[in-house]
Write a protein that binds this ligand. Structure first.
Ligand SMILES: Nc1nc2c(c(=O)[nH]1)N[C@H]1C(S)=C(S)[C@@H](COP(=O)(O)O)O[C@H]1N2
Ligand SMILES: [Mo]
Length: 592
């Protein structure tokens, strides 16, 4: 793209500004700490409790899910009574379908050692994945079915209604979880929670793939994959038997009963892949690139389904553990932890050790994370980076959304600029504001707002993915970053581009963020001065903000003042590649 169409000469400064011109911003950065200071976390964000989870049942009516406790109990009693009646009337049915189908001889009896090990590993991963997942949810404790994330249109929440405040931010909306429940159990600790969640996801995935391979290469799949429709009446029979409290005689050593088989099948072959797919469905890079998929599986549908899959896993774990305990504890634990089919105490002893280790790990996870957040950040990013790399070279085209898709409500987020300098600039319509583009470039420039408006205009209607979970579609008008690159001509050594804001981040020091230079040439990377055909408002980043649509919202620096082309960001502020990376342990690339 050429910039010659623009009024060349007008926007290029007469005397190239000194290369040190951006020091005024660099000097105002702050480093961030290497441990979590509870008092000062995220700008001394005070704890804020949410409310009991509820589901919307009408336009404005909400059902408190705590009611499910007494209702569920009552339903259980009714179900038992009904099952006992049914049992009398359906004796023939139960005799014809006793509950366990014969398993082919190809599946050896008992639980093989690898399955036992994988079962344990899976349990450890699952516990921490669920804890950190709920922590992530608490950063925006609302679920929607549309990508507009409109207040009052959520179908589930454990936060109060959104207040009237026009500048209410998603960060203010985040909820504190009990310390030993969430991981790391601190309000707005999504940066750290994501390392636990995504890092363990990678390990969980590897464990799962190995499990699939072993399952199908040994014949053990026959124990959990139904091969006859007979499994359904058989499962109904088991359900009636369980519910009538007159339990079937179990022989899990050789074959699982049909209900068990179905539950294992759903968990292994439906819930687990769905967790992966819906997880990836929330990725800005993937959703922006694979349009046919994201049209149906929008980030909010993905997020809602991801939550429902988690609910399935939790219910599964609760029922599974309950039945292990109540249908012959010692024999069951011997199957799982000792590879034997008797009632000795060995399995129970191993289980007791396992349980003690799990409890210790559970209790230690939060204090460990708060003490060594950099370690969590480093290990987490090492685990996630290989997967994330797959999405880093995505150059999506505009065109997925049209005017009619524009969100009626677009959340605000971040710390707003509050300095008198900013206010003075705002009041004079940014007449004296200049965008300073410097660093490793051939032609440093200083551009006024009218210079920018005189450059070739670029527009796109795209979706914003805040890492906290909300999303929104807007039309952005401004200048393509390609145009800026053509103007300044970065040197080949320039590998990263730093965007400095006029506003401080929540913990003090200027907000800034770093982007890989190759993403600056992407078709959806631009500097926006208009939002939905109006000049950017104060809250959304006046006079200028960044859009790099394959990355999360926090990378979209608002109130931009300077752009710096650098070879490395190691010496920029804390050196982690952005304000949130320095202060809140985020990653410097967030494409998933
Ligand atoms: N300067 C600055 N830019 C920022 C932030 C901030 O705190 N300061 N917050 C980021 C976050 S977390 C998000 S989600 C988006 C929100 O943009 P919006 O308020 O226009 O929705 O801005 C990003 N840019
Ligand atoms: Mo965000």
């Amino acid at each position: 793209m050429s910039v010659r169409e623009g009024p060349a000469g007008q926007h290029r400064v007469e005397h190239p500004v000194s290369p040190r011109e951006l020091d005024q911003y660099r000097d105002r950065l702050s480093r961030g700490g290497d441990a979590v200071d509870l008092e000062k976390w995220s700008g001394s964000l005070p704890a804020a409790s949410g409310i009991a989870p509820r589901i919307r049942v009408g336009r404005n009516k909400w059902f408190n899910l705590l009611w499910l406790v007494p209702i569920g109990w009552a339903l259980l009693l009714v179900a038992v009574a009904v099952a006992q009646e049914l049992r009398e009337h359906m004796a023939g049915f139960i005799e014809r379908h006793p509950g366990t189908l014969p398993v082919s001889a190809a599946a050896e009896p008992g639980m093989p050692w690898w399955a036992a090990v994988q079962h344990f590993v899976n349990l450890v991963f699952m516990l921490f994945i669920i804890r950190s997942g709920i922590q992530i949810l608490a950063d925006h404790a609302r679920l929607y079915w549309t990508r507009h994330s409109t207040p009052g249109k959520d179908w589930f929440r454990f936060q109060k209604p959104v207040p009237e405040d026009p500048l209410w931010t998603a960060k203010q909306d985040s909820v504190t979880l009990p310390k030993h429940f969430g991981l790391p159990g601190l309000r707005h600790s999504i940066g750290l929670a994501r390392w636990w969640h995504l890092g363990l996801d990678v390990l969980w995935l590897v464990n799962g793939i190995v499990f699939y391979v072993l399952l199908f290469s040994t014949g053990h799949w026959r124990r959990i994959v139904p091969t006859s429709w007979e499994v359904f009446p058989s499962a109904v029979s088991v359900l009636i038997q369980y519910m009538s409290l007159d339990w079937p005689v179990e022989s899990g050593w050789t074959a699982f009963n049909s209900l068990q088989m179905l539950a294992y099948f759903v968990t292994v072959f439906i819930a687990a892949p769905l967790a992966l797919i819906t997880g990836l469905g929330m990725s800005p890079a993937l959703s922006t690139r694979i349009k046919p998929v994201s049209r149906v599986l929008s980030i909010q549908v993905a997020r809602s389904l991801h939550f429902l899959v988690m609910v399935w896993f939790v219910l599964f774990i609760v029922v599974h553990v309950t039945l292990v305990f109540t249908t012959g504890l010692r024999r069951n634990l011997n199957h799982i932890y000792a590879g034997r089919d008797d009632t000795s105490w060995i399995g129970l002893a191993v289980f007791a050790v396992v349980l003690a280790l799990l409890i210790a790990a559970w209790v230690a996870a939060t204090p460990f994370t708060l003490k060594y957040p950099r370690l969590v950040q480093r290990v987490g990013s090492a685990l996630v980076r290989p997967i994330q790399r797959l999405f880093q070279h995505v150059d999506a085209t505009p065109g997925q959304y049209t005017e009619k898709d524009i969100s009626p409500y677009f959340w605000h987020n971040g710390a707003f600029p509050r300095t008198p300098e900013y206010k003075a600039m705002f009041d004079e319509g940014f007449a004296s504001w200049r965008l300073k583009v410097h660093g490793l470039v051939e032609h440093p420039v200083e551009l006024s707002l009218s210079d920018l408006r005189a450059l070739p205009r670029h527009e796109q209607i795209t979706q914003h993915f805040c890492v906290q979970g909300w999303s929104g579609i807007a039309k952005w008008g401004g200048v393509s970053m390609s145009t800026i690159l053509d103007l300044v001509q970065p040197h080949p050594e320039a590998k990263w581009v730093v965007f400095y804001s006029l506003g401080d981040g929540p913990s003090g020091g200027l907000y800034y963020d770093v982007h890989p230079i190759e993403q600056m040439r992407y078709r959806l990377t631009m500097l926006a001065y208009d939002m939905n055909d109006e000049p950017l408002t104060y809250g959304h980043g006046a006079p200028l903000r960044l859009r790099n649509e394959i990355q999360h919202g926090f990378k979209q620096v608002k109130w931009i003042a300077g752009i710096d082309f650098v070879a490395s960001f190691a010496d920029v502020a804390g050196g982690y590649g952005g304000y949130n990376a320095d202060h809140e342990f985020f990653g410097y690339v967030h494409t998933i």
